[in-house]
Design a protein around this ligand. Structure first.
Ligand SMILES: Cc1ncc(COP(=O)(O)O)c(C=O)c1O
Length: 361
């Protein structure tokens, strides 16, 4: 029996074939294959514009730069997310104002939003963690009342829906990641989506140092090299047709775990609402005896991953206040093995090992 990794995505013959085609056609840098990938994403998401870049972190950075976020500004971020959501405003010299999450799920508590807004607030960044939708109705209402743009961090939510449709498409700008532990992966990669043609033009210029025609360059506005490349876009194009099947598979994994975990008294599944349209790419549990369980599973060749810390644990964030609801997630959260190519037999082995832990205690 081989080891079970906390995450599993396969790359295969289609990827190799498309990469080969790109190389044969001398499509090495950002060119026609990247544009084809962007168009495929536009069609899938039903948005007018997609701009591919090198990572989800860069996507957020570009979105905030496009909105003109800079020193003296504040950006609202939930206290539970991957640190990229906060680092993007911080590297632009803005301040991050953290907001606590809901009690049941590590998603922004939208009822705390109003109190976090100040005259300096320049953007609100709700995060759809593990496919769970933030309360976009409330977020958009509060934002509109104050004239503040919303940027959705949908890095973990490609293909997830709420009642209004696909996540990441319900605000000014949506940001996605294509890093390895995502439902579609290009190794590294990300993209920004928008329906606003003005924002789109600014994103395009920003991606290439403000230059719109590289053969006849003019220095017109600040930008940087945020360009994607056709080799990675080839991997994306090979993966995209598998998205629907992958969504079904990660949902099947969730359904396999759910009843088994409910019967175990030493942990609790952090729920994902499949009926609402969420796609749970991760299986997340709370375990008070986390370190013991990690060690127990490791002896059986099962890899897990503890949750990343709450953002307020980063001292350089300089955020006063307490975030009591986040704490339980940061201290007890654990990712169990999952991913679009994780076999259901591996899930069964994990469940068996979990039951054995229960029997020992
Ligand atoms: C919620 C969230 N935001 C942003 C990112 C950043 O994406 P990337 O790793 O592609 O830079 C990630 C990546 O895991 C993420 O999970």
């Amino acid at each position: 029996m081989g080891d079970i990794h906390w995450w599993r995505t396969k790359f295969g013959e289609e990827e190799k074939a498309l990469i080969g085609e790109a190389i044969d056609g001398e499509h090495i840098s950002q060119g026609t294959v990247t544009r084809a990938f962007e168009k495929a994403l536009e069609a899938y998401l039903g948005v007018d514009h997609v701009v591919a870049t090198t990572s989800g972190s860069m996507a957020i950075l570009m979105a905030l730069m496009t909105l003109g976020v800079g020193p003296g500004d504040e950006v609202i971020v939930p206290n539970r997310t991957w640190i990229a959501t906060a680092h993007a405003p911080l590297v632009l010299g803005a301040k991050v104002r953290l907001v606590d999450v809901q009690r049941e799920v590590p998603i922004l508590d939208a009822s705390l939003l109003e109190a976090a807004i100040t005259p300096r607030t320049r953007a609100i960044l709700p995060v759809h963690l593990n496919g769970r939708s933030a309360d976009m109705v409330t977020v958009n209402q509060v934002a509109a009342r104050h004239g503040i743009p919303v940027v959705e961090d949908a890095a973990q939510a490609l293909g997830s829906r709420n009642a209004a449709g696909l996540l990441g498409t319900q605000s000014s700008l949506g940001c996605f990641s294509l890093s390895v532990a995502k439902i579609i992966a290009t190794g590294q990669g990300g993209f920004v989506v928008t329906r606003d043609t003005g924002l789109y033009q600014r994103l395009l210029a920003l991606r290439t140092h403000g230059v719109t025609d590289v053969l006849h360059a003019q220095w017109t506005s600040l930008g940087f090299n945020f360009r994607f490349n056709d080799i990675l876009a080839s991997i994306g194009l090979a993966q995209l047709p598998r998205l629907e099947a992958r969504i079904q598979h990660v949902r099947a994994i969730y359904r396999r775990y759910e009843p088994a975990l409910e019967a175990l008294p030493f942990l609790s599944l952090i729920p994902v609402d499949l009926e609402a349209g969420a796609v749970p790419i991760y299986i997340e549990v709370l375990v008070p005896r986390r370190e013991e369980l990690i060690a127990h599973l490791a002896t059986r060749g099962i890899q897990t991953r503890p949750f990343y810390p709450d953002l307020d644990k980063a001292a350089y964030m300089e955020n006063p206040g307490t975030f009591p609801r986040s704490e339980v997630f940061g201290s007890q959260g654990l990712f169990l093995p999952s991913g679009p190519d994780q076999p259901l037999e591996s899930v069964d082995r994990v469940i068996e090992a979990l039951r054995a832990f229960g029997a020992l205690s």
